[in-house]
Design a protein around this ligand. Structure first.
Ligand SMILES: Nc1ncnc2c1ncn2[C@@H]1O[C@H](COP(=O)(O)OP(=O)(O)OP(=O)(O)O)[C@@H](O)[C@H]1O
Ligand SMILES: [Mg+2]
Length: 347
């Protein structure tokens, strides 16, 4: 069931089209991640949905009720939407406890208990309740802002890079804790993040934004495996992009004769293979297939990065990350095989 419906949203700041016709449909109780380069309009979109800014045109509806269009503007505090801003935006003169409890009834019996539970949930010590925001690190402030937004039990939660100041371990742990709370409360959520893995792991639906528009919206697997173009492919992870000849469901390319997902398409096309699809095998003079030479080996602990340059008249060069279980040396000759199908752009 559609919960949030954004249609043809536009917002111009001077000569910058921050939003250039954005459409988005979000199902009730689902999680959407928005990714895109800095300045592409992510924060502007969240601020419009929350009601902190007014669109030039287009519309926003939640649960079938129009919240904003050229004539209507329901005020932010009447939308039931929580926004955790990119900088946390805590009230500097209030303690952590009062920040979290800001939207709660003063006389509500379970107030202190709830504030304590929210603090636990975002992984902060109870001893911090009496501190002011300027006595917290950036990551701690972000977590207080999250707790404050959750306290009001919004029906839609908008998170603008809420985990960006946390280190990797804490980030994954906080993300899981927040995801559980949001799911248990059935709160529909939109997360803006610069972290591709976070977007893919968190979301039911990923929206890739570029220059005020969505380049692609789909499930994490679909967007990762079948991006619309090379820029979208690279935005969600490493991608090996090659030109190929497509015929009968196969691509002839620098990686050999590779199954392709392009349907009935034939002729020249650009294709993509994810690096983890490439199997690097010991060289075998008796076996057919594409061969290459290893160079530029960087040891990274559990894995190592290696450049493989294919043999032949038109060498193709790719950088792969391989498990440290295998040992390759500079100049070693290897065989390459592609597992699964290559993705044909525009196929
Ligand atoms: N109040 C404003 N006045 C003028 N220009 C603005 C304003 N707010 C945003 N912009 C411009 O609109 C564009 C989109 O900004 P926005 O903050 O939405 O980007 P973003 O995708 O959130 O970027 P980041 O990833 O860096 O947070 C940018 O070019 C920005 O400079
Ligand atoms: Mg932003």
């Amino acid at each position: 069931m559609t919960f949030l419906h954004v249609n043809g949203l536009r917002k111009q700041f001077g000569n910058v089209a921050a939003l250039d016709g954005v459409g988005l449909t979000v199902t009730a109780g689902s999680r959407t991640a928005i990714v895109g380069p800095s300045g592409c309009g992510k924060t502007t979109l969240l601020r419009m949905i929350a009601g902190f800014d007014v669109p030039d045109s287009g519309s926003i509806a939640v649960d079938g009720v129009l919240l904003a269009d050229a004539l209507t503007q329901v005020p932010a505090h009447r939308r039931g939407i929580g926004l955790v801003a990119q900088d946390g935006s805590l009230f500097p003169h209030l303690t952590v406890s009062d920040n979290i409890g800001f939207g709660l009834e003063k006389k509500f019996d379970g107030r202190e208990k709830l504030i304590g539970e929210l603090l636990d949930m975002v992984g902060l010590e109870r001893s911090m309740l009496a501190r002011k925001p300027d006595q917290l690190s950036g990551g701690q402030q972000q977590r207080v802002a999250l707790a404050r937004a959750l306290a009001r039990k919004p029906r839609l939660m908008l998170l603008d890079e809420p985990f960006s100041a946390l280190d990797t371990g804490l980030r994954a742990q906080t993300r899981r804790a927040v995801t559980e709370v949001l799911a248990a409360a059935g709160i529909t959520t939109i997360l803006v993040t610069h972290d591709q893995a976070e977007a893919l792991a968190f979301a039911d639906q990923v929206a890739v934004m570029r220059s005020g528009q969505f380049a692609q919206v789909g499930s994490p697997r679909e967007i990762y495996a079948r991006p619309v173009d090379a820029a979208t492919a690279r935005f969600l992870g490493d991608a090996i992009v090659l030109s190929a000849d497509i015929r009968n469901g196969f691509a002839e390319c620098a990686l050999g004769h590779v199954a392709a997902d392009g349907g009935l398409r034939t002729g020249r096309a650009e294709i993509m293979v994810r690096p983890e699809q490439i199997e690097v095998l010991p060289y075998d003079a008796d076996s057919d297939g594409v061969t290459g030479i290893a160079s530029q080996i960087d040891f990274c602990g559990p894995s190592y990065d290696v450049t493989i340059t294919t043999d032949g008249p038109r060498p193709f060069l790719m950088r792969l990350s391989l498990s440290s279980r295998s040992v390759l040396g500079e100049g070693d000759r290897v065989m390459l095989r592609v597992a699964g199908a290559a993705h044909v752009f525009g196929g």
